[in-house]
Ligand binder design. Structure first.
Ligand code: GZL
Length: 349
């Protein structure tokens, strides 16, 4: 975009009306042609002082969960005009085709950087090659892409989903020992997130890597509820109908957990600290941590959505011609009733 602005500056002195009109109309044309189903940040019309801003196209996968909203906010708070950015935002509503459209639109607008949270890991080679051919660096955030050519992205910022899954398994091992139930048959159901997303793959494989060491742990069923509360309730209702003897629920994000809790309440099934069903959740957003504090969720494995500041630092290093790491893994915690209270006050999301 800075290159476009340079050209416009020359044009501006020659054809002021045409250039300013073009720059004010261009975003509207993109919106009217459906390239931007929704620009959730008002794109300010061009004004000369913006020409030094770094233009970033941000393709966010959706707004499916409380965690996602916090993640989006973290990026918007970090990439502002005051910090030197002109941010173009697109919400893909968990549809891969929308993300591909948004990335192509960013390329045609010749943004300086593309920031991208891929809804699933596969299917990105073509559009990432187009960005590479256009000379636009791609910064992956939150989830990974599965590509042979790692030069298709500059760096990745995210969390270790496999470690999150293993933390859940190791917590269950400790919990069952403490309850003297380590030799009991334990019936487990799993609510999975979006199938083929890094979070779902990692949390599923991580937990199963621990579960396979325990012949008395029986995973009765694993099913996706798309990381949403609505689907979490519907899928859990079905599981409760199918399996009258569930001992443990592993729910791969807090929104699905909230839905599953509603389904258990409806069915008159007790859960949590003193209940029949032990509840293991992921994300650790505030509403769920409050339920940990009330003993309704036994443990919440944190997945830290505050990743925007990393993008700002990485872009500033790239702008200064400095090198960056190929990946940045964000630190995370695990919350139970024993430690959650001291974190609640500071948890803003
Ligand atoms: C995790 C992230 C997941 C969260 C969900 O890295 O991709 O997506 O766990 C969100 O809440 O929908």
């Amino acid at each position: 975009m800075k290159k476009i602005l340079e050209k416009c500056k020359q044009m501006v002195f020659g054809h002021v009306g045409v250039c300013i009109l073009l720059l004010c109309v261009l975003p509207l044309l993109l919106v009217s042609h459906g390239l931007f189903q929704e620009v959730e940040i008002e794109q300010e019309s061009f004004d000369p002082e913006m020409e030094d801003l770094i233009v970033v196209g941000f393709s966010q996968l959706g707004s499916e969960s409380g965690w996602r909203s916090a993640h989006t906010l973290s990026v918007q708070d970090a990439l502002t005009k005051d910090t030197g950015y002109f941010l173009i935002f697109n919400n893909a509503r968990q549809i891969q085709e929308n993300q591909i459209k948004a990335i192509r639109s960013f390329i045609s607008q010749r943004v300086d950087y593309i920031v991208f949270a891929p809804v699933i890991e596969s299917g990105w080679e073509t559009v990432l090659q187009e960005a590479k051919d256009a000379g636009i660096p791609v910064i992956l955030i939150d989830r990974m892409v599965n590509v042979k050519d790692e030069s298709l992205y500059t760096t990745w910022i995210g969390t270790d989903a496999w470690e999150e899954g293993k933390k859940a398994g190791r917590w269950l091992e400790r919990y069952l020992r403490e309850k003297n139930r380590q030799s009991e048959d334990i019936n487990i159901v799993v609510l999975q997130g979006t199938m083929g997303s890094t979070a779902e793959i990692g949390r599923t494989e991580g937990f199963e890597a621990i579960a396979e060491n325990h012949g008395n742990w029986h995973i009765l069923e694993s099913a996706t509820a798309e990381f949403t509360a609505t689907r979490g309730k519907e899928v859990m209702r079905e599981m409760l109908r199918r399996y009258p003897n569930i001992d443990v629920l592993v729910s791969q994000n807090d929104d699905m957990t909230m839905g599953a809790v509603e389904a258990m309440q409806e069915a008159g099934i007790s859960f949590g600290e003193n209940g029949k069903v032990t509840v293991i959740s992921f994300d650790a957003i505030r509403p769920a941590l409050e339920m940990v504090n009330e003993g309704l969720i036994n443990v919440d494995i944190e997945c830290n959505p505050v990743q925007g500041a990393y993008i700002d630092e990485i872009i500033k290093r790239l702008e200064a011609g400095m090198s960056v790491e190929k990946s940045y893994v964000v630190e995370e915690n695990i919350f139970t009733k024993d430690n959650v209270a001291k974190f609640l006050d500071d948890r803003t999301y």
